[in-house]
Design a protein around this ligand. Sequence first.
Ligand code: UDX
Ligand code: UDX
Ligand code: ADP
Length: 480
Amino acid sequence: MVKICCIGAGYVGGPTMAVIALKCPDIEVVVVDISVPRIDAWNSETLPIYEPGLDDVVKQRRGKNLFFSTDVEKHVCEADIVFVSVNTPTKTQGLGAGKAADLTYWESAARMIADVSKSDKIVVEKSTVPVKTAEAIEKILMHNSKGINFQILSNPEFLAEGTAIEDLFKPDRVLIGGRETPEGAKAVQALKNVYAHWVPVDQILCTNLWSAELSKLAANAFLAQRISSVNAMSALCEATGADVTQVAYAVGKDTRIGPKFLNASVGFGGSCFQKDILNLVYICECNGLPEVANYWKQVIKINDYQKSRFVNRVVSSMFNTVSGKKIAVFGFAFKKDTGDTRETPAIDVCKGLLGDKAKIDIYDPQVSKDQIQRDLTMKKFDWDHPMHLQPSSPTSMDKVNVVLDAYEAAKDAHGICILTEWDEFKALDYKKIYDNMQKPAFLFDGRNVVDADKMREIGFIVYAIGKPLDQWLKDMPAVA
Ligand code: UDX
Ligand code: UDX
Ligand code: ADP
């Protein structure tokens, strides 16, 4: 029986390994993590992450060929294939701070693998890492190998949160990068055999190590770029009276462009896009390519602009001040169907509103009060790109309430900001909400989830990203 061990039981490692266990009953999969509460949660009824379909997959295989453990060294030692799926945050200090990936966790995992291994192993990079990380990891393993043969592969994960299980069941492609040597090819084939249990072989792409690593960064940069492109258009639409949904639809009908990932929004979030682009920017700068670095930086600048533009709209339309006014925030997660808040635009928008002394009541169906508190009070390091919405000192929670439903959040509020596109926000009784609000009642839809015209009929003054403006908003132009 082939044994797989995955180091890191997070958003990537957990779901990916659960699906491998489901699709490959002949393989034993153990997911290990240094975090005891995380592993306890994976072994409990309440999994540590919310992901549609995940519970079911875990329940089917846990205790059979899927295990979660904190005994990292034992399971690494026993495995034939070791996936490394530890976190790779952006460096906060030192060389490359604010841009380069922090590979501390990766390096310590590599050293531990070298330390405890007694048999040959295939080591698979699963976390997104900068190009040439595999080479660095290979060096650590080789120099500490005690005669053991390590083959390093890059197998970037393309799953998106909220649809992780679906994405893993039917991936557009699986990418495996390896050394172009006979041993490298053998290792690639071994990993290919795992995925071939359920993925058609012509969708399993094999490349060299660097191409695989760079493809992941490039794919995320291209996706983020589409969103920044449509968000840039949304500003122009508001200025000219065009409707961004109509423009995006017309543009996406061109088969060379395609319809996906053209939804204008208050900004993209998530653990990957910003981090990976910053990483790409850093790699370009290190390779003497400032023009290329600046090109990609612009994607993040537009994203920051979109968030601050939204806050400016809220403040300017409410007579240029939100001081002391209650604002309801619908949705805090970075997208629907996840409880994840990493880099969510809601953090910057809430901080922006709090900076203008608003009182905010937040409701999100999946994000806990503790999480929101951590996100809003954590002091962020200084990025070298304009995070103009980030106050330098931590935000106080005095003016923040986290509540259990949308109606409560909106009660007596002056305005509502929809920041996550949860389906339930479409089905709310907005008449009832309107009746319980201060007048004039404002609705700022950062995700274009509600029917703006119906909301106007109820009585709301509506701002929807990239849509023609109400007379009210035209009369109260946002200050840049
Ligand atoms: C373009 C649009 O495609 C068309 O829809 C519009 O009506 C007019 O402008 P055209 O300029 O005739 O059409 O040719 P196109 O095939 O788009 O190529 C434009 C340029 O891009 C060419 O120089 C082409 O060589 C280059 N190109 C195209 C690339 O360098 N790489 C590509 O992948 C595609
Ligand atoms: C992304 C990539 O899609 C995935 O392939 C990669 O493995 C990890 O990063 P994820 O961050 O989980 O996945 O979610 P994604 O669906 O890509 O959304 C990212 C952000 O973009 C969200 O904040 C989302 O709301 C936003 N978005 C997405 C838009 O604003 N408009 C769109 O049209 C699509
Ligand atoms: P991702 O979104 O990439 O999956 P997460 O932060 O959700 O990232 O998960 C990474 C996991 O890796 C965390 O649960 C963390 O505790 C774990 N981890 C980090 N370093 C190590 C290590 N050296 N050994 C075992 N687990 C580790």
